[in-house]
Design a binder for this molecule. Structure first.
Ligand code: NAP
Ligand code: ZN
Length: 353
């Protein structure tokens, strides 16, 4: 007997999210059942609900910044017990045997990880549904522990915005002496500032929004550059070892590449489409610069990031919403009008029931 679940779903790329009843599987021996308390609202949820990356399957229940309490465990689960505060991010499974999975890099699983929503369960072939819902059933390997030192509401965005910025900063060995720039002050960008600062780097924000300077400094930026101002861009030529670019749509990379040092790296995390306008090859050749990219992060490093956050008192800056406000929240994210992540209080679902 499958579990009946209430959530919010998009029924097509153009319909608003609305209440939706669906079913989740009975827990398998390695499964953890989680009663969802909070779920962050990632810009990816909007891309996916509106089929902007193509391949969206409906009905779609978005949500991959999930925090909740364990309410049941399968017979083989020993890592979690009833009542534990836990998190689930963008993935709920992977092949577990390719080189990437064995290296703890499940986002790069050669078979592709099973995404938390808009995916297909690799065992029973059923669609996956995300965190804008009462409850989720997830293999214990893809569940992480959330310390009671962390405010669970503000910890929810760590499961995607947090790990997606943490992982590249760690991979490129950011630390004391590094000069890092973050492009875009949204959900990912504000975590990028906090982490780069906590790792000891000198941190710059590139933003299109003049009004964000004071807050960016509070979040960890030592410098703020208005990317629409050519003089400000020219003044930071050849400055940065590493640029973390969180912009969600096509934009000109050339002015940013020009601000990298010799061997500097620009890492894309926001863009999945073609780079447009084209990159001038001279921008990378003359300076031995690289353009790279990074996808979320592995499960072990997600736990490492959460433990670091508990130790250093780092969480996301959030605005709480009821699930009934989700469509308005999407419009505000698109206008960059959120400081800096919406988190849904899932108790509000009861008002829908
Ligand atoms: P967000 O909260 O909307 O923030 C994006 C920020 O980028 C905005 O606040 C804005 O900052 C800037 N921006 C927006 N449109 C822009 C444009 N046209 N040109 C220049 N700057 C622009 O989004 P998010 O949740 O942080 O997500 C960012 C992107 O990362 C999304 O595309 C999301 O799908 C993707 N993502 C990727 C991964 C991964 O694994 N790689 C994981 C999660 C999310 P300013 O106002 O400061 O300019
Ligand atoms: Zn996300």
């Amino acid at each position: 007997m499958a579990l009946p679940i209430l959530g919010y779903a998009a029924q097509s790329p153009t319909t608003a999210l609305a209440p939706h009843q669906f079913q989740r599987r009975d827990p398998r021996p390695d499964d953890v059942v989680i009663d969802i308390l909070y779920c962050g609202v990632c810009h990816t949820d909007i891309h996916q609900a509106r089929n902007e990356w193509h391949g969206s399957v409906y009905p779609m229940v978005p949500g991959h910044e999930i925090i909740g309490r364990v309410s049941a465990v399968g017979a083989k689960v020993s890592k979690f017990k009833l009542g534990d505060m836990v998190g689930v991010g963008c993935m709920v499974d992977s092949c577990q045997h390719c080189a990437a999975c064995e290296a703890g890099l499940e986002p790069y699983c050669v078979e592709g990880p099973t995404w938390t929503y808009n995916g297909t369960d690799r065992h029973d072939g059923q669609p996956t549904y995300g965190g804008y819902s009462e409850r989720i059933v997830v293999s214990d390997k893809f569940v992480v522990s959330v310390s009671d030192k962390l405010d669970p509401k503000a910890a929810a965005p760590l499961l995607c915005a947090g790990i997606t910025t943490w992982s590249p900063l760690r991979h490129w060995n950011i630390g004391k002496g590094s000069k890092v720039a973050v492009v875009g002050l949204g959900g990912l960008g504000h975590m990028g500032l906090k982490f780069a600062k906590a790792m000891g780097a000198e941190v710059t924000l590139f933003t299109r929004s003049p009004g964000k300077e004071a807050e960016a400094r509070k979040l960890g930026a030592d410098h703020v550059v208005l990317s629409t101002d050519a003089a400000q861009m020219a003044a930071v030529a050849r400055q940065f070892d590493f640029i973390l670019d969180t912009v969600p749509s096509q934009h000109d990379l050339n002015p940013y590449l020009n601000t990298l040092t010799l061997n500097g790296v620009l890492c894309l995390v926001g863009l999945l489409e073609a780079i447009e306008p084209p990159v001038q090859a001279a921008m990378v050749v003359l300076g031995r610069r690289s353009i790279s990219g990074s996808a979320i992060g592995g499960i072990a490093e997600t736990q490492e990031m959460l433990d670091f956050c508990a130790e250093h008192g780092i969480v996301s800056d959030i605005e709480m919403i009821a699930i009934q406000d989700i469509n308005q929240a999407y419009e505000r994210v698109l206008k960059s009008d959120v400081k800096y992540r919406f988190v849904i209080d899932m108790a509000s679902l009861k008002q829908t029931a």
